[in-house]
Design a protein around this ligand. Structure first.
Ligand SMILES: Cc1cc2nc3c(=O)[nH]c(=O)nc-3n(C[C@H](O)[C@H](O)[C@H](O)COP(=O)(O)OP(=O)(O)OC[C@H]3O[C@@H](n4cnc5c(N)ncnc54)[C@H](O)[C@@H]3O)c2cc1C
Length: 322
């Protein structure tokens, strides 16, 4: 069987796309590696419009629920699954990681890690992005032994200890804010001379007496035998410094999840999928992309969801006006 559309990803972009595709009755398959997307690790999200505050895990659960309600049966005006009496055109498979796309418009084949393959006329890629790894001596060896990429998951293990956060963007400051609740001290090491985070967050975090931030820093080495016991860095024009810490929280940016895309659609120098922002179309006919895996300037939950909706509108027109 050939689907009208395969949606890849189950973050805000993928979930929004699934809801719209189901309501437009496109014969759709949604392939999700893990539900919820990147902000699943956030303690609180305050800018998901219509919801003043929600935890990342609850947002993830809601996105999943909204897609699955639509997969269970078309949602009618009462808002209940199956209320319209029509069978759903949306199928959802989770735990499915896409590894390869081949073919051409109206005749694509999408393969997953589990060995499954699916045929489709069109594809929407909404695979988001993952963490950039710290690339210095010792960081790889001591990952999960003091070097960590998730404050919500690992932060409490470092209660009453001295820790470092690497990175001065929103994710870095959010991580620091979480750690300040239980760590003895938090030192932020940031490579440039300006922070790339919302001013209100920066101000609030830096006011905490347990917090210290050092700018213009180059990280040189993570120290430790079985577990992290220090970090070596150098300030611009300064000497090497070894700071004794037990935990290193890395927040130095994202890498788009686009390895499986490179043979079918052009990527920019950061490996983001090139799109036309009017339509979300990639230069490859039949493939659209939305959210953090694309080369748009700003990356937020609301933007990802909105971009995906724009893509579905365009995919619907492409399928029905051909
Ligand atoms: C710590 C942190 C806090 C944040 N806080 C906020 C905030 O407060 N407010 C805000 O608006 N934004 C926030 N963001 C940004 C926001 O999370 C992203 O902009 C948003 O998640 C992007 O959505 P997306 O759907 O494009 O991608 P993602 O959320 O990255 O979702 C990608 C989806 O694709 C799946 N996937 C990946 N590869 C494959 C594959 N090969 N096959 C199948 N599925 C695949 C993933 O499992 C996931 O389901 C935060 C980001 C981080 C890292």
């Amino acid at each position: 069987m050939t689907y009208d559309l395969i949606i890849i990803g189950g973050g805000p972009a993928g979930a929004a796309a699934a809801v719209y595709a189901a309501r437009k009755r496109l014969k759709t398959l949604m392939l999700v590696h893990e539900w919820g997307g990147q902000s699943v690790v956030s303690e609180q999200i305050y800018n998901w419009i219509g919801t003043p505050a929600i935890s990342g895990s609850e947002l993830a659960e809601n996105l999943k629920k909204h897609a699955l309600v639509n997969a269970a049966g078309a949602v009618g005006s009462e808002g209940a699954p199956g209320a319209s009496g029509m069978a759903s055109t949306l199928e959802v498979k989770d735990g499915e990681k896409v590894t390869n796309i081949s073919g051409e418009t109206n005749n694509f084949e999408v393969r997953t890690e589990s060995g499954d393959k699916f045929e489709t006329k069109t594809i929407l890629i909404s695979s988001g992005s993952g963490r950039r790894k710290l690339d210095v001596k010792g960081a790889d060896r001591l990952e999960h032994k003091g070097v960590t990429y998730c404050a919500s998951c690992d932060g409490p293990l470092f209660a009453d200890m001295d820790v470092v956060v690497i990175g001065g963007g929103n994710a870095g400051f959010e991580t620091a804010a979480q750690l300040l609740a239980y760590c003895k001290s938090v030192t932020m090491l940031h490579r440039s001379d300006t922070f790339r985070a919302d001013e209100i967050t920066v101000e609030k975090v830096l006011k905490n007496p347990k917090m210290k931030a050092i700018k213009n820093v180059e990280i040189l080495e993570v120290k430790g035998d079985k577990f992290v016991d220090g970090i070596v860095y150098k300030e611009k024009g300064g000497e090497e410094v070894e700071l004794k810490v037990s935990g290193i929280f890395v927040e130095i940016g994202q890498i788009p999840n686009t390895a499986f895309v490179k043979d079918v659609a052009p990527l920019d120098k950061y490996n983001r999928i090139k799109i036309d922002p009017m339509t979300q179309k990639t230069p490859t006919e039949g493939i659209w992309a939305a959210g953090d895996c694309t080369d748009v300037l700003y990356h937020q939950n609301n933007i990802a969801a909105g971009d995906a909706v724009r893509a579905i509108e365009d995919i619907y027109l492409a399928i029905h006006t051909k």
